[in-house]
Design a protein around this ligand. Structure first.
Ligand SMILES: Nc1nc2c(ncn2[C@@H]2O[C@H](COP(=O)(O)OP(=O)(O)O)[C@@H](O)[C@H]2O)c(=O)[nH]1
Ligand SMILES: [Mg+2]
Length: 259
């Protein structure tokens, strides 16, 4: 956590963002499940923030109703498309000490939320991410998604020399400092944002906690696998060029966390 503003643990605030695209059919149920879980298991001040861009199925109406019903639910709407763009906007608008996101299908077990918050609030980590690729992880998903995920994460490690375990799990929590310092450096507006943020953060000395999670795949997916995989490969190569540049080395030396 930010050493300049020591806060007692109980005074910390947490915003849990849920990005949604055409999820009117599950949104109210998922938000109810998350709110109940947080009320029972996260003894801090928290909010659930829905962020939508591009839905055409009335998701925004459901979200608005939820904000009227519950004081601890927020809603951010953007006109421009893209999941990364939505996430970035919701995180940048937040004033919470810790911000996170999880997919609306709740594929990642909710028990990971207090563990992520604990890692940031108590254990000195800057980022906590769900991982489906650790020995202790319990993952139920199709062979195709498992294969693509494992191959992609090996590729990221080989090309960028990173240590974090699973770039793409839809479950991540970060401190305000990461939002303010790392997020503005990331350019992607879609699915690559997660990898980009993790790589930039790790390279600048931020500590990432890998949390083995239970993951139960939901087949209802918004991902176009082939085009997203291609964008990911291009993104990794773009990052490699950036990391090898002398400008990045200089900037990281000047502004990095452990500078
Ligand atoms: N705001 C926003 N959310 C999105 C967008 N695309 C996907 N999502 C949400 O991102 C989350 C993960 O999407 P999903 O299709 O389940 O990905 P998968 O689990 O990898 O197949 C879900 O909550 C989606 O509704 C988008 O363009 N904008
Ligand atoms: Mg999903």
């Amino acid at each position: 956590m930010n050493a300049e503003q020591p806060k007692s643990r109980a005074a910390l605030t947490v915003d849990v963002v849920i990005p949604v695209l055409n999820e009117a059919h599950v949104l109210a149920k998922s938000v109810a499940t998350v709110r109940k879980f947080l009320a029972e298991n996260l003894p801090l001040k928290w909010r659930v923030v829905i962020v939508d861009n591009g839905s055409v199925d009335g998701t925004d109406k459901v979200a608005q109703e939820l904000t009227q019903q519950f004081g601890d639910v927020g809603f951010v709407h953007l006109d421009q498309r893209g999941r990364g763009r939505a996430l970035r906007m919701a995180w940048m608008q937040s004033t919470a000490d810790i911000v996170g996101y999880m997919d609306v299908d709740l594929s990642t077990e909710l028990a990971a939320v207090p563990r992520a918050v604990e890692a940031l609030a108590e254990e000195g980590y800057d980022i906590a991410i769900g991982s489906r690729l650790m020995r202790e992880s319990q993952t139920k998903r199709s062979f195709k998604r498992e294969f693509i995920s494992r191959t992609y994460n090996v590729f990221v490690k080989l090309v960028l020399g990173t240590k974090f375990s699973d770039a793409q799990c839809g479950f991540k929590f970060v401190t305000r400092e990461v939002v303010q310092h790392i997020l503005p450096q990331a350019q992607d507006q879609a699915w690559f944002l997660d990898t980009e943020m993790l790589v930039l953060a790790e390279r600048q000395g931020y500590r990432i906690k890998d949390l083995p999670v239970k993951w139960d795949e939901d087949d209802d997916s918004r991902v176009k696998i082939i085009s997203t995989a291609w964008e990911d490969i291009k993104g990794v190569l773009r990052l490699r060029r950036l990391l090898w540049s002398s400008e990045f080395a200089k900037a990281a030396e000047m502004h990095g966390k452990r500078a």
